[in-house]
Every structure is written in structure tokens, then in C-alpha cells.
Write a protein that binds this ligand. Structure first.
Ligand SMILES: O=C(O)c1ccc[n+]([C@@H]2O[C@H](COP(=O)([O-])O)[C@@H](O)[C@H]2O)c1
Ligand SMILES: Cc1cc2nc[nH]c2cc1C
Length: 349
């Protein structure tokens, strides 16, 4: 039942490249450690890319979009039709991630994994529809096993295309009205937390709305046993097609040896599924930011992830990862462009 590719080995991290990068950092014209996290992230990228001087120039962004049956339970501030409307906005170049992709010179691909209405043919849009949205997980399992397999595969296929384009860094974004409920339910199942800890306003629910969301999540979680050790089953029962596609993409990146820059709450939960399924993926997952969605901090804590930015963003689409790309680029530029003490003739190195 479980797709066999999920069990393929994760790419090893290159410890020799990490050691060479660390040694180079020690020779650069600055007091040791004075560039803080910028040093650590350059060394980490060196280990992942298998080269002393890493780069984050060729960035691939993929936004996975899908609808959620649980939207019918009144858990979002926005109507479900916004999902497909935003897909058209991505393709037309008017969404926040479209602007960031242009500004960064990054390739942006949009994958329809199952909006309620098909968006039609659009430039840059890949159709990998698993169905017209998930079932409402308040009352039944969100996906069948076959749907879960197809959604995971949509993520893997996107990474295959990114690998052909020789990408150095992968960003997975998502769009799906009500997907903070799906992500919160999956995270509650994996972390054995009450929904009051992980459910938040999402697109903008008020306090009463968040209370309704918590009730819906408690009811859904109560229909299942303990899923803390069953990440794929939690994903199938509560997740979305885009969440599963993100999980498939993140795992495929780790298998292919492509570093991932994880976005916000929903992408973070996809990363948590992957980490619980295959803990050896951990080094491949870098974290762009911490979202204003309150549950994200708990998810990052569980992942052991340190976000690069904390800007109060809560948009999704991959935007919180995209805005961290310039930092990675600067970290790489410093790492490979600074003079060493010997080159500059400075004493004390
Ligand atoms: O990435 C985040 O941290 C994040 C936090 C809150 C909302 N979102 C976005 O908002 C949508 C889900 O919000 P909601 O309220 O409909 O569950 C979905 O399209 C996400 O991309 C994203
Ligand atoms: C307008 C809008 C844009 C989004 N992008 C990601 N999630 C979103 C939710 C809404 C409502």
C-alpha cells in the first residue's frame, strides 16, 4: 500500500565538504564566529551540496494547491473558491510569491493537486489533480490510501523536474483554504497535543472562530486512535493533497540531495510528517521563518528547527522561505568571497 519510493535511501551529507567549509570560515578575515548564523548556514549548505563553497542561485519554488472538505465546517475566514482564484493569480503573476520569484530570479511552478473546480489551462500550471478536494475530515477520512499515494507522488514528480533544472535549493509553497485546520489536525495527531495548542486564526478567524475550529479538530481527532507513531496515516486521515504533495517533495529532495527551505505552518507540518517518517531527512530541512500562526513555534520546536527570520508573516505560498533566500545568498557570498587572513596579510588568523 505504501509507495515503495518512500523507502529509498536519503542522500548522505558530505562531512568532508562541511569540514572544508568550517576550516575556510576559520581563515576568513573576521573574528571567529562573528557572522553568527550566517557562518553556520553556509557550512550546512556546503555539507548538503557537497562543495566547500555552496550557492543558492538556482532556486526552484513550487506551490501546491488543493481544496479541503473541512472548509464546509466553517473553519476559515475565506470561502473555498479563493483557492482556485489564487491559482489563477499565481499564473498571472500577481500573487506575493509570483512577485518574490521574479525579484529573486527564481523559477515558480504551480501544481494543482485538487482544487474544487479545475482552474483550466494556465501558463506555468501543472495539473496533477488527485480529486476535487479532500473529504471533510470532521466526519470521514480526508483521503483514501490511493489518493494519499497520488498526492505524495505529485510532490516527488515536482522534485524530479526541479532536479532536471539543476536546482540548488527547493522551496515548497501551498495554497488551500482551510489547510491550517488540516495541518493543525496532523500536528495534533503526531505531537499528541490538544487542538487548543495548535489551532490558530489562519487567514483571520476571530476568537469565536478559533473556538469552533478547536471543537471541529477535537471531534475529528476523537474518531481515531493514537496516530503519534503513524505519520502517513495521520496525513491520510486529516491532511490535504497539497500537504501530502509537500511531504512527498521534501522526502524526494532529501533522497535526491537537494536542500529544502521550509516555509510556514503548513509546510512545517509537512516537514514534521517527513521527519517522523524518516528522521535521517532532518539535515536537509532548513527553515526560512517562523509564522505568526501560533502553532508554528510548537511545530518548529518538535522539528528542532531554527528559523532564519521572524517577521510576523502568515501568508503561506512559500513566501516566508522566499524572503530568506537573500540571506542564504549573502551567507554564501561572504563564505566564498571574503579574503583569508593570509591573503589580506592580516595578523592573528
Ligand atoms: O504558512 C503559514 O504559516 C500560514 C498561516 C496562515 C494561513 N496561511 C495560508 O492561508 C490559507 C489557510 O488558512 P485558513 O484560515 O483558510 O486555514 C492557506 O492558503 C495558507 O497558505 C498560511
Ligand atoms: C487572498 C489569499 C491569499 C492566500 N495565499 C495563501 N493563502 C491565502 C489565502 C487568501 C485568502
Amino acid at each position: 500500500m505504501t509507495p515503495t519510493w518512500l523507502e529509498a535511501p536519503v542522500h548522505p551529507v558530505d562531512e568532508a565538504a562541511a569540514a572544508a567549509a568550517q576550516a575556510r570560515q576559520a581563515r576568513l578575515t573576521k573574528p571567529p564566529g562573528s557572522l553568527g548564523e550566517l557562518e553556520a548556514v553556509a557550512v550546512r549548505l556546503a555539507a548538503l551540496q557537497g562543495r566547500e563553497r555552496p550557492a543558492a542561485e538556482r532556486v526552484r519554488m513550487v506551490v501546491f494547491a488543493a481544496d479541503h472538505g473541512v472548509a464546509a465546517s466553517g473553519v476559515s475566514a475565506f470561502p473555498q473558491a479563493v483557492t482556485v482564484q489564487m491559482v489563477r493569480n499565481f499564473a498571472a503573476g500577481g500573487a506575493a510569491i509570483s512577485v518574490l520569484a521574479r525579484a529573486l530570479g527564481a523559477e515558480l511552478e504551480v501544481v494543482d493537486v485538487g482544487t474544487l473546480e479545475p482552474p483550466g489551462e494556465l501558463p506555468g500550471l501543472v495539473s496533477a489533480r488527485v480529486g476535487p478536494g479532500t473529504a471533510n475530515f470532521q466526519h470521514q477520512d480526508a483521503m483514501t490510501p490511493a489518493q494519499l499515494g497520488a498526492a505524495l507522488e505529485a510532490g516527488r514528480a515536482a522534485v524530479e523536474r526541479a532536479a532536471v533544472a539543476d536546482c540548488q535549493l527547493f522551496i515548497g509553497g501551498e495554497m488551500g483554504i482551510a489547510n491550517t485546520s488540516a495541518a493543525a489536525a496532523v500536528a495534533c495527531a503526531l505531537l499528541a497535543e490538544d487542538p487548543s495548542v495548535l489551532a490558530g486564526p489562519g487567514t483571520g478567524l476571530d476568537t469565536a472562530g478559533v473556538g469552533r475550529k478547536v471543537t471541529v479538530l477535537r471531534e475529528a481527532l476523537a474518531r481515531h486512535g493514537d496516530l503519534a507513531a503513524a505519520p502517513l496515516e495521520a496525513l491520510r486521515c486529516f491532511g490535504g493533497f497539497e500537504l501530502a504533495a509537500l511531504a512527498g517533495a521534501f522526502l524526494a529532495c532529501a533522497q535526491r540531495g537537494i536542500p529544502v527551505l521550509v516555509d510556514g505552518f503548513i509546510a512545517g507540518v509537512a516537514a514534521l510528517v517527513v521527519q517522523r517518517l524518516r528522521p535521517e531527512t532532518t539535515p536537509w530541512l532548513l527553515f526560512g521563518h517562523v509564522s505568526a500562526e501560533p502553532g508554528h513555534r510548537r511545530v518548529l520546536e518538535a522539528l528542532g528547527g531554527r528559523p532564519l527570520l521572524d517577521l510576523g508573516m502568515r501568508l503561506g505560498e512559500g513566501t516566508g522561505a522566499a524572503v530568506a533566500v537573500p540571506l542564504l545568498r549573502l551567507a554564501c557570498a561572504l563564505h566564498s568571497g571574503m579574503a583569508t587572513f593570509a591573503e589580506a596579510g592580516i595578523a592573528g588568523g
